[in-house]
Design a binder for this molecule. Structure first.
Ligand code: SF4
Length: 322
């Protein structure tokens, strides 16, 4: 197993949510005790419904949001204020929407040069050459250096966002829905570019996506989040073939197929996603679970080790089954 480049140790993030005038604020546990290890060269796919805590976790990994408790480490160094430049050098984001993530008033050259300035890179006279080199690597002609984002197509803008993320040669890239704002015709080009760059530059990715086909195509490992917890984690091919957690099974069953006769798949998720301010007792998935058992509403399941990962479900709890 390769070295761990990114690690979350029992990380919590709690927001205090207003419940209305004259009412006390209530805690919302957006991330509720997450422990994860990402090894160098892996692509960790982070999946789950909206509001499950994926983006909050990603923001904490980037040092954009402090955790309430627990530890986040990138290459063995804590992520956070005191280590902001180190964190930014090691880990960079690519966001969903290249239309809003690029400053429309700055030229492509200025956008990609900014991280070099922030990191006080030496030899400013070489910066233009470095920018032109990274433009070449992401498949853009160096003539776009003086262009503005509105002069580029969606796919070209996302390539600029990739170039900006990679100019300081980070070790880890957090890809937050990197293709969902793009036309279908250019989505695969950007995914292939990310794949090629990972191999060429030895990058590690955390890939957040609603699109399970994208995760299956890219990810080597997968972590499934539900109400702030990683309920199942493991090698991606194994999870797609033999999902263990009932929620993982439901997510995979909910994928639309290109067969019109098969209609809209029934994921058996039943009740709506619960209110995270008032989560269900015991296993928080129990109101929607088709395998629910007597103890599920009373006792929260603990992580149970699997080969190369874990699952949180009483179905695999040998003590409870005994
Ligand atoms: Fe379903 Fe119980 Fe497993 Fe939760 S612990 S996922 S309710 S079987």
């Amino acid at each position: 197993m390769t070295e761990v480049i990114l690690e979350a140790r029992n990380v919590y993030k709690t927001f205090q949510i207003s419940a209305g005038a004259f009412r006390p604020k209530r805690p919302l546990h957006a991330v509720n005790g997450v422990s994860l290890k990402v090894h160098r060269g892996e692509v960790l796919g982070l999946v789950g419904e909206s509001g499950c805590g994926k983006t909050t976790l990603a923001k904490m990994l980037l040092g954009l949001l402090p955790q309430s408790s627990g530890e986040l480490l990138v290459d063995g160094e804590p992520v956070g204020d005191a280590h902001r430049l180190h964190t930014a050098r090691m880990i960079q984001p690519i966001f969903q929407d290249p239309y809003s993530s690029l400053n429309p008033r700055k030229s492509v050259g200025a956008i990609i040069t900014l991280p070099l300035k922030v990191q006080n890179e030496p030899n400013p006279e070489t910066w233009r050459k470095r920018v032109e080199d990274i433009l070449d690597i992401v498949g853009l002609p160096k003539q776009v250096y003086g262009n503005y984002p509105n002069q580029l197509s969606g796919g070209q803008r996302q390539r600029v966002a990739v170039a900006r993320a990679l100019i300081n040669r980070p070790q880890v890239v957090i890809c937050d829905e990197p293709t969902s704002a793009l036309d279908v015709s250019v989505q695969s080009q950007i995914l292939n570019l990310l794949q090629d760059l990972r191999e060429e530059l030895g990058l590690t990715y955390v890939l957040i996506s609603h699109n399970l086909a994208v995760v299956e195509h890219m990810a080597t490992r997968m972590a499934v989040m539900y109400l702030g917890r990683v309920v199942e984690e493991g090698e991606s091919q194994r999870l797609f073939k033999e999902p263990r957690h009932p929620y993982t099974r439901a997510l995979l069953q909910s994928v639309l197929t290109p067969e019109p006769d098969l209609g809209i798949p029934d994921a058996h998720l039943g009740a709506v996603y619960p209110n995270p301010v008032d989560p269900p007792s015991g296993c928080t998935f129990h109101p929607r679970c088709i395998d629910v058992m007597g103890n599920c509403s009373r006792e929260a399941p603990s992580p149970i080790p699997t080969e190369n990962g874990h699952v949180e479900c009483h179905l695999y709890d040998t003590d409870a089954a005994a």
